[in-house]
Design a protein. Structure first.
Lengths: 118, 336
């Protein structure tokens, strides 16, 4: 199934995921900046940025991405929310890139909770 | 070399590079004559420095020495400027400063070059680390500014996103563990340190080019747009900074209309926002140049080879053409 064939609900969910990831990336970069130029948190922030980019690029250009800024100030929790949303739409027949994004976000959730990003 | 001038060879050459780029940004019909009058001195100083630098390789040169042709052209231009166009008049001060820097560099190489060994001492490592930290902070500030000017609806360039993912994967594989940065022993065991050193040096030098392209885009791209709300906020902030610096040209100007702000319409970047981006990028360029100058001893592609007499490889000639073609690169623009 190509990305162009996603139904409206899936498109809106992916847009929500993109907003969650973008906000999580902003927070992660702020934390990395506060921690200083050699902070290992940069690696997590870069990873979340990449995931947000991937989510944005999953959506057709005609679809708008703007919307309310997600509530929350903890990147790990925002990542977990994004992963839960992705789990709902990663069903049989969904585009393979959607599954790839879910794997990426799941890894970032683990990283944010256990490793350098904490 | 004046006793008060404590710049190293690397710093002198980095200053030449920065001055040359600044000069090229300001080229116009009015600046041409002064530049033409000073050009001969620049070429002459460059040729004299070139003559004292040992070749990068002991093998015979594969092609003609480019400096010979440049010198001939410079001498021809010198004869022309003295007799016909542009005739007597002032010389471009930045080109003259480049010529002075090149002459000072030649003196340093002649005086100390043969005593210098290609070593990497701990002090150099500390200095370079501090320079890279400063550079990282400057890049981070600039990235944040570009990021906030990005439309929420824009899509990142897939190639850029892919490259970022690859950079992250490479860093994670070589320098990271599940709990943070790897130790130096772990990093040493995972890769070829000599290759890493060469890559690091190339990256530091490449960052200067990228920073100049970013500044040129910020200064000259008329098609840049951003959401009205962030423009209104940023333009006001930059106008206040400009006023503190004695620039009143932005006072009393409304940067975005109420309807534009209500719909967060994409509008062209106004002057103060361009100015803010250029200032942030200038900070990046300054910190990158300092890092390049400090990292000069890392330049040798054979840095791990046994020490031998002669100037450090950082001082050797290279036939590589790293000339930036700003127009070509700037035309690629930013996708987000």
């Amino acid at each position: 199934v190509g990305m162009e064939q996603m139904d409206t609900e899936v498109v809106e969910t992916v847009a929500g995921v993109a907003r969650l990831l973008r906000h999580a990336a902003e927070l992660a970069w702020t934390q990395a900046d506060v921690a200083g130029p050699r902070s290992s948190r940069q690696l997590l922030a870069l990873g979340i940025d990449s995931a947000a980019d991937e989510a944005s690029n999953l959506l057709p250009r005609r679809d708008r991405l703007d919307g309310p800024t997600p509530v929350g100030d903890n990147p790990a929790e925002l990542l977990a929310s994004a992963e839960q949303l992705l789990r709902r739409i990663c069903v049989v027949g969904a585009p393979s890139r959607l599954f790839g994004l879910r794997v990426l976000v799941a890894e970032l959730v683990w990283e944010a909770n256990t490793g350098a990003g904490k | 070399v004046p006793a008060s001038d404590t710049r190293t060879v690397g710093e002198l050459l980095a200053d030449c590079d920065a001055l040359a780029r600044d000069t090229l940004l300001d080229v116009g019909p009015n600046t041409g004559p002064a530049m033409a009058r000073a050009w001969g001195e620049v070429v002459q100083s460059a040729a004299q420095l070139w003559a004292v630098l040992p070749p990068a390789s002991l093998a015979p040169a594969s092609g003609p020495d480019p400096m010979v042709r440049l010198r001939v052209l410079g001498e021809g231009l010198g004869r022309s400027t003295a007799g016909r166009w542009p005739g007597p008049g002032p010389q471009d001060q930045r080109l003259l400063e480049i010529a002075r820097n090149l002459s000072d560099t030649r003196e340093l190489v002649e005086r100390y070059g043969r005593d210098v060994q290609p070593t990497i001492d701990p002090e150099m490592t500390d200095r370079l680390t501090a320079r890279l930290d400063a550079s990282q902070v400057a890049w981070s500030r600039l990235a944040k500014r570009w990021g906030e000017l990005t439309s929420p609806d824009s899509r990142p360039d897939p190639a850029l996103a892919r490259a970022a993912g690859e950079v992250r994967a490479a860093i994670a594989a070589t320098a990271s563990t599940p709990t943070g940065w790897a130790t130096s022993d772990q990093i040493a065991s995972r890769g070829d340190l000599n290759r890493t050193l060469r890559s690091l040096h190339l990256s530091i030098v490449g960052a200067v080019d990228i920073a100049h392209v970013a500044r040129e885009v910020a200064a000259t791209q008329p098609t840049l747009t951003a959401p009205a709300r962030v423009i209104a906020m940023r333009a006001q902030g930059e106008a206040e900074i400009a006023r503190e610096q004695g620039v009143n040209a932005y006072d009393g100007i409304t940067w975005a209309t109420s309807p534009q702000i209500a719909t967060n319409q994409l509008i062209p970047l106004p002057g103060p926002v361009h100015r803010g981006l250029v200032n942030l990028t200038s900070d990046v360029i300054a910190t990158c140049n300092q890092a390049v100058a400090t990292a000069a001893p890392l330049d040798p592609s054979e840095s791990a080879q046994p020490k031998k007499s002669g100037p450090p490889p950082a001082l050797r000639r290279s036939g590589q053409d790293r000339t930036m073609r700003p127009q070509e690169r700037a035309s690629e623009g930013f996708r987000r």
